[in-house]
Design a protein around this ligand. Structure first.
Ligand SMILES: Cc1cc2nc3c(=O)[nH]c(=O)nc-3n(C[C@H](O)[C@H](O)[C@H](O)COP(=O)(O)OP(=O)(O)OC[C@H]3O[C@@H](n4cnc5c(N)ncnc54)[C@H](O)[C@@H]3O)c2cc1C
Length: 319
């Protein structure tokens, strides 16, 4: 049994739960979202004691030096005194525009706060009351606003609030930018597979335009999948990009119903494998629903695409 003091509040860990779950079960609140070590919302700082290495795996050397670690990945083997991390500033922004891209996908455009920097494909953590949720940026740093694509879940605490209550002009708070699913500038001749399901298009749309802005020379294949055709969005915008940039191919995919114009019907991972070859030479960016991202990754690796050539932004849900 280890003893933890978080912001002066004591709780215990018996090894059966992560430090985050132990805190929550003993009514000590640590901000969190995915609990899978992806979103980094539960990053905290050890003031006394050494957190286990496994809780620091996805952090930078500088962050480890500061004693930062992820509470959701921490099964402590010694007593710890822990503080809130404050490892990145909280930015304040205003909603500039709110529009529905289809029946369940909301586009929010936010004012870019002063001093906020990011790379296309990264995500931000929006904070509201005690909730934190990650949303990927669809915009480029040079765009006028920050663009988010948010799927509305009828029971979703954050997505429902953003969809139903937040209005143009309202103020939001977020931390970021985070994530490393970004265009790699040294790969300009490599063929790229950009594949995502649903709002997984958000980071891909940023990465795609970033690759074009960097005058990417290799072919770029964008696969965007949805259960049904009415779940697809930004078709016109992407087709317009295809007309201007001949190295770009757009393959909209649906799991059910007829194949959309210029697209395919079936599971996205099978469509990718059937549409392309020579996977060993390609790089893949995989975004959206966690299960689909994992299944695309497995399929591509089986067909010869090296794991080191895969960058993923898996939308791990909160539990
Ligand atoms: C790195 C990262 C980037 C992300 N980027 C985006 C993005 O760009 N756009 C976006 O829309 N989301 C994105 N997400 C997911 C997002 O952070 C939230 O998990 C999502 O909006 C649901 O949060 P919520 O509070 O509305 O629902 P919650 O209150 O967390 O969930 C309540 C209920 O909603 C339903 N629900 C929630 N998530 C799912 C799911 N994945 N599948 C099925 N049902 C679900 C379930 O019924 C669940 O019980 C990202 C996640 C991560 C980790």
């Amino acid at each position: 049994m280890t003893k933890i003091l978080f912001k002066g509040k004591p709780f215990t860990c018996d090894g059966s739960q992560s430090m985050l779950d132990a805190a929550l079960s003993q009514k000590v609140f640590i901000p969190y979202s995915c609990k899978e070590g992806v979103c980094k919302a539960c990053t905290v700082k050890a003031i006394q004691g050494t957190p286990p290495q496994a809780a620091q795996q996805s952090l930078s050397d500088a962050q480890i030096q500061q004693g930062l670690f992820l509470a959701c990945q921490c099964f402590p083997d010694e007593d710890l005194v822990v503080e809130a991390a404050n490892y990145m500033p909280t930015y304040q922004t205003q909603v500039v525009d709110k529009a529905w891209l289809n029946e369940s996908v909301l586009r929010l455009r936010l004012q870019t706060p002063k001093n906020f920097t990011f790379q296309a494909g990264q995500y931000i953590n929006i904070e509201h009351d005690n909730l934190v949720r990650s949303y990927s940026l669809a915009s480029l740093p040079e765009d006028d606003t920050l663009e988010l694509h948010i799927k509305r879940y009828p029971d979703g605490s954050m997505s429902k609030w953003l969809s139903d209550e937040v209005q143009q002009g309202d103020v939001l708070h977020f931390k970021g930018a985070l994530g490393d699913c970004t265009y790699q500038t040294e790969e300009s001749n490599q063929d790229l597979i950009l594949a995502g399901v649903g709002t997984g298009l958000a980071p891909l749309y940023g990465i795609l335009r970033d690759a074009i802005a960097h005058q990417h020379q290799g072919s770029i294949y964008l696969f965007h999948a949805s259960l049904h055709a009415d779940g697809l969005y930004y078709q016109q915008e992407i087709q317009d990009l295809c007309k201007q940039h001949h190295q770009l191919s757009y393959i909209p995919c649906v799991l059910h119903g007829d194949a959309p114009q210029g697209g395919k019907q079936g599971s996205i991972e099978n469509i990718i494998i059937d549409s392309l070859d020579n996977f060993a030479d390609k790089r893949a960016y995989l975004c959206g629903d966690d299960a689909v991202v994992q299944s695309m990754k497995e399929k591509l690796v089986t067909h010869g695409l090296p794991t080191s050539q895969i960058l993923a932004d898996a939308f791990v849900a909160s539990s």
